[in-house]
Write a protein that binds this ligand. Structure first.
Ligand code: FES
Length: 188
């Protein structure tokens, strides 16, 4: 055929997509200019699969596009009301679980979380704000300032430091609601 045998073809929202074996659905979508929402995924870092913003349906089953590999003839749904409702719920939970004071935040207007909320049409979350008051700001490190109020545990910093600069500066500590990013004490 005209297409190489190493091309995988499938559809995203009824659009034909060609991909390379081993690509994730998210990578294949990016390569052809189809945007699938994401927060923890970042080009150049290994997939982490934690935020679930990239939820799509693959042959009728929910999957994370950033971790799910492409497959021949799979049918991917992304921009449906059902899926965007799920994404909306995830972003709303992130807002109520943390302390995201966009109006007073210096990153306002340059923030992926805020932009995602706008994209999904979130005016005010449906859930009550939890206003956790045990979120510290950690300024105890000479070069690093961690505001746990804003952290959504996407692990981009963990992966970037491990995979790009090899310094392993950040790690997770604690479990469940106590889970936090911390500066790895052994890193220098
Ligand atoms: Fe896929 Fe976060 S972008 S789980």
């Amino acid at each position: 055929g005209i297409m190489s045998e190493n091309t995988i073809t499938f559809t995203i929202d009824d659009v034909d997509v060609q991909a390379k074996p081993g690509q994730t659905i998210l990578e294949a979508a990016d390569a052809v200019g189809i945007y699938i929402p994401r927060l923890c995924a970042l080009e150049g870092l290994s997939p982490f699969g934690s935020c679930r913003l990239c939820t799509v349906k693959v042959n009728g089953r929910f999957q994370s596009a950033c971790t799910q590999p492409v497959g021949q003839d799979i049918i991917v749904e992304s921009e449906t009301e059902e899926i965007n409702n799920i994404r909306r719920g995830i972003v709303e939970m992130l807002f109520v679980e943390g302390n995201h004071y966009c109006m007073f935040c210096e990153k306002s207007g340059n923030c992926e979380l805020q932009a995602m909320a706008y994209r999904l049409g979130i005016a005010a979350p449906r859930y009550p704000y939890l206003f956790p008051n045990d979120r510290n700001i950690d300024g105890s490190h000479p070069d690093i300032f961690i505001d746990h109020n804003r952290c959504i545990l996407c692990a981009r910093c963990v992966r970037a430091s491990r995979e790009l600069d090899g310094k392993n500066v950040f790690q997770f500590v604690g479990r469940g609601p106590e889970k936090r990013i911390a500066v790895n004490a052994e890193a220098n």
